[in-house]
Design a protein around this ligand. Sequence first.
Ligand code: AMP
Length: 113
Amino acid sequence: MSTIFKKIIDKEIPADIVYEDEHCLAFKDIDPKAPVHILIIPKKEIPSVAEVAESDKELLGHLLVKASQIAKDLGVSESGYRLVANTNKEGGQEVPYLHIHLLGGRQMTWPPG
Ligand code: AMP
């Protein structure tokens, strides 16, 4: 599997990176759906939430902890934000590499379309 997100991790294609550590990478979505729109991805290649394993527990927790920190860093923690992990076809997932959208900077609506 070599998706566009794997290429971003490998620095083969550019991205506007806002956070990186040994386990994950966070970068601005190229087509933002909100004033703040960040994608948080694990460096381990996992196609979607549908394919996580028990052994991914710590990594998945790490992604959420970092999402919380990035929201603070970008100034949307108090106002609020939404975390989304589109999963497979009916979930609206287009890139087959697990990612969490962090959306903020405007009022979110519910239910999603
Ligand atoms: P999803 O529909 O949940 O799979 O979301 C994929 C997201 O990746 C979309 O919001 C795209 O705008 C975003 N995206 C696709 N290619 C890039 C890229 N090269 N850099 C940053 N974001 C991207």
